[in-house]
Design a protein around this ligand. Structure first.
Ligand code: 13P
Length: 250
């Protein structure tokens, strides 16, 4: 398979939404400038500081992204943010279908697909999140859940250039628990197969692993076949740990 550029993405979630977010972006930029990693770095701050964070990293190889978007380009949707607005704030990526949105906001595969399509419409790379719950894994349904989410969440027109898949087992998010290396390999190989026919150039599409990625387990996870990067929550909130993961990626 062709060498894909590893993507290390920080999902700040509902944290670092003020001066702390600007300081975090500056610290990541300063570390990345000193070390010049070969992986690509992406920061996904809360929407309220997206423009400011984009300004901090402007002119550097560090990209920014939104954590969610509305499916429509504009209109009477109080509190929502359009993909076009993320792009105007400097973003080149948008995360859609994170399990916290699927749970907290009852987002279905169809909603996630519409949001991914909105991201594409706005010229953004959609990071489409999928992953099984603990109950689904215990019931032996992991691969079937991934198949269903891939079938339902990836819009027509998806390509390696505008789409990234993030495999995030729900039970591994924020828990300090991770699947075994064999389980990660099985899930990612399955995703690689299943996106054939849904994404143009599936072999060139990056598949990230997310769920309790830290500086000390990143190297092992990133070595797994079909793991082309990481989507990092907690460990992206401190520059040192986020940069440690980037270092592990090489
Ligand atoms: P943690 O890295 O905190 O487990 O979060 C993972 C995640 O949900 C990233 O989107």
């Amino acid at each position: 398979m062709a060498e894909l550029k590893t993507l290390i993405a920080g999902n700040w979630k509902m944290n670092a939404g003020g001066a702390d977010g600007i300081a975090l972006a500056k610290a990541v930029l300063s570390g990345a400038t000193k070390e010049s990693f070969s992986c690509e770095l992406l920061l996904c701050p809360p929407a309220v500081v997206l423009a400011a964070v984009s300004h901090v990293v402007d002119g550097s190889p560090i990209a920014t992204g939104g954590q969610d978007c509305h499916a429509k380009a504009k209109g009477a949707h109080t509190g929502d943010v359009a993909a076009e607005m993320l792009a105007a704030a400097g973003a080149t990526y948008v995360i859609v279908g994170h399990s916290e949105r699927r749970t907290d906001h009852k987002e279905t595969d169809a909603i996630v697909r519409a949001k991914a399509e909105a991201g594409h419409r706005a010229g953004l790379v959609a990071v489409i999140c999928i992953g099984e719950t603990e109950a689904e894994r215990d019931a032996g349904e992991t691969l079937a859940v991934l198949t269903r989410q891939i079938a339902g969440s990836i819009p027509a027109g998806a390509s390696a250039a505008n789409t990234v898949i993030a495999y995030e087992p729900v039970w591994a998010i924020g828990t300090g628990r991770t699947p075994t290396i064999a389980e990660v390999a099985e899930a990612h190989a399955h995703i690689r197969r299943e996106i054939g026919g849904k994404v143009a150039e599936p072999a060139l599409t990056r598949i990230l692993y997310g769920g309790s990625v830290k500086a000390d387990n990143a190297a092992e996870l990133l070595k797994v076949a079909n793991v082309n990067g990481a989507l990092v929550g907690g460990a992206s909130l401190e520059a040192a740990s986020f940069l440690g993961i980037a270092r592990a990626a090489g």
